[in-house]
Design a protein around this ligand. Structure first.
Ligand code: ADP
Ligand code: MG
Length: 410
C-alpha cells in the first residue's frame, strides 16, 4: 500500500498514531493536575522500563496535558557523557528562561511572579546561560552561589509559591533520567523533597531505564517515598491489537485474524515492535487487507531492521572499547548480509534463554522480539575464522581477538 500514508511510527519518542494501553498512567497524571488545582499535595511520577516500551511518548503526553492546564513546564534530557552532564545543566538554565518568556505572555502573569523572575535569571546566569533576555534584572544574592543544590532550591522557593498564587504549578519533565549526573540529580530530589514538605506545586516527572529507581534511591534515601513509580512494559493483547488495527481502520485497511495473531506473537506486545511490524506489513500488503503471508514477510523485514538497530548501535558502537571483546561472537544473517558481533558471556546466556523479552546488553536494557534470534545465537568461534571478515562478509572487524573472558580494546 502507499507508503506515504503509512500510519505507523516506529522510532524513538515518535508519537504513535494511537497511544493505547496507558490510560492508568494518563489518569494518574490527571489526578496530580486536579489535586494541584485544589492545592492538595501529590507525588511526581517516575516511568521506568526497557527501551522501546513507550516511556518517552508517555512523558510527552504528560507534558502536553500540563501545558493545557497552564503549568510552567520545563523539559530536560539526561546524557551519560561528561559533556552531556554539562549540556543538561545548560539546557536546564535555558529551558527555565524560555518557560519564563512563555509565562510573561500567559494570563497567569502577576506582579508577584514578575518580582521573582530575577532569581531565575540569576540561576541561569550562574549556569552560563546569558543568551535569552526578558527585561528583568537578576536578583543578586539569590540562586547565584554556583552550588547547584543551593541555587535550584532557591529558584523553587521563590518561583513556585508565586505560581501557586497564580493557580499554576511547575512541572519538570526529565527523559533518560538515569543519565542525569549525581550532583544535579541530588539537587533536583532535594528540591522536590522540600516542595512536598511546604505544599508547593513543584513536580518532577521522569522517564528512564529499569535502573532508574535504584539510582534515585542511592542519590537520596527518601527518593522511594518521593514518587509514584510506574513500571512501563509490554501492552496487553487487547491494547496491542488496537495499536495495529485502529490506525489502519481509520484509513479503511483491515487485517486477517491470522495476520494479527502473527504480529502479536512476534511483537510480544512491545510497542516499538508493533509499530515496526505494522509499518512493514502496510508497505508489503498489496490490497486494503493485510494477509497472513504479508504479516510473515513483515516480521522478517521488521526483524532485519530491528537487528540492525540493536546490534550495531547497542552491541558495538555505543560500547566502550574495554567492554568490547570476550571471545564469543554472534553471527546473524539478515538482508543477505552476514554480521559478526561481539557479545559478552552474560549476553549470550540471555539470548540463549528463550524469554519473550531479552536484554541484549546489560547497560543498554534493550529488548528483542521473540522471532529475531537465530537458532544458535552464540557460538565459540575459533580465532582463525574471525580473522577474515571479508570471507564472512562481516560489517565490522575486531582489530584484536582476546581469549575468552579477557577484555581488550576493539
Ligand atoms: N502506547 C503505545 N501505543 C502504540 N505505540 C506506542 C505506544 N508507546 C510507544 N509506542 C511506539 O513505540 C516506539 C517507542 O516509544 P518510545 O517512547 O521511544 O519508547 P522508550 O522511550 O520507552 O524507549 C515509538 O515508535 C512509539 O510510537
Ligand atoms: Mg525514550
Amino acid at each position: 500500500m502507499q507508503p506515504e500514508i503509512n500510519p505507523y511510527s516506529p522510532g524513538s519518542g515518535l508519537t504513535p498514531p494511537d497511544l493505547v494501553g496507558r490510560q492508568a498512567e494518563i489518569d494518574a497524571f490527571d489526578l496530580v493536575v486536579a489535586r494541584s488545582r485544589g492545592r492538595r499535595s501529590s507525588r511526581g511520577i517516575i516511568l521506568h522500563g526497557l527501551r522501546g516500551v513507550g516511556k518517552t511518548v508517555l512523558l510527552n503526553r504528560f507534558l502536553r496535558q500540563a501545558e493545557q492546564a497552564d503549568w510552567f513546564t520545563v523539559e530536560l534530557e539526561g546524557s551519560a557523557t561528561e559533556s552531556g552532564h554539562e549540556i543538561a545543566r545548560h539546557k536546564l538554565g535555558r529551558a527555565l528562561l524560555l518557560a519564563v518568556r512563555r509565562l510573561q505572555r500567559s494570563k497567569h502573569f502577576s506582579e508577584e511572579l514578575k518580582a521573582v523572575l530575577g532569581t531565575v535569571k540569576s540561576f541561569s546566569l550562574s549556569l552560563g546561560v546569558a543568551s535569552i533576555d526578558f527585561n528583568v534584572d537578576q536578583t543578586r544574592g539569590r540562586a547565584d552561589s554556583g552550588r547547584i543544590e543551593v541555587d535550584f532550591e532557591e529558584v523553587i522557593e521563590d518561583l513556585v509559591p508565586a505560581l501557586q498564587k497564580a493557580s499554576s504549578a511547575f512541572g519538570l519533565f526529565i527523559d533518560e533520567m538515569q543519565d542525569i549526573d549525581p550532583e544535579l540529580m541530588s539537587a533536583l530530589l532535594a528540591a522536590q523533597h522540600k516542595a512536598g514538605q511546604k505544599g508547593w506545586p513543584f513536580y518532577i516527572f521522569g522517564a528512564g531505564l529499569p535502573s532508574l529507581p535504584s539510582i534515585l534511591s542511592s542519590s537520596r534515601s527518601y527518593a522511594e517515598r518521593l514518587f509514584n513509580y510506574r513500571e512501563i512494559g509490554a501492552l496487553d493483547v487487547s491494547a496491542s491489537r488496537d495499536a495495529l488495527l485502529i490506525p489502519a481502520g481509520r484509513l479503511g485497511v483491515e487485517y486477517e485474524p491470522e495476520a494479527i495473531s502473527e504480529l502479536l506473537t512476534a511483537s510480544g506486545g512491545y510497542p516499538y515492535f508493533l509499530q515496526t511490524y505494522g509499518q512493514a506489513a502496510w508497505d508489503i500488503a498489496e490490497a486494503k487487507i493485510v494477509r497472513l503471508h504479508d504479516a510473515r514477510e513483515a516480521v522478517v523485514e521488521g526483524n532485519a531492521a530491528l537487528d540492525m538497530g540493536f546490534f550495531l548501535r547497542d552491541g558495538i558502537e555505543r560500547r566502550q572499547p574495554n567492554e568490547t571483546t570476550s571471545g564469543r561472537w554472534l553471527l546473524t544473517k539478515n538482508a543477505a548480509r552476514v554480521r559478526l558481533i561481539s557479545l559478552t558471556g552474560l549476553e549470550c546466556q540471555r539470548l540463549r534463554s528463550a524469554q519473550p523479552a531479552r536484554a541484549c546488553s546489560k547497560k543498554e536494557w534493550c529488548i528483542r522480539p521473540n522471532a529475531a534470534v537465530s537458532p544458535s545465537p552464540c557460538q565459540e568461534w575459533p580465532r582463525s575464522s574471525i580473522g577474515s571478515p571479508q570471507s564472512s562478509g562481516a560489517l565490522r572487524k575486531p582489530s584484536k581477538v582476546a581469549p575468552a573472558g579477557r577484555n581488550v580494546p576493539a
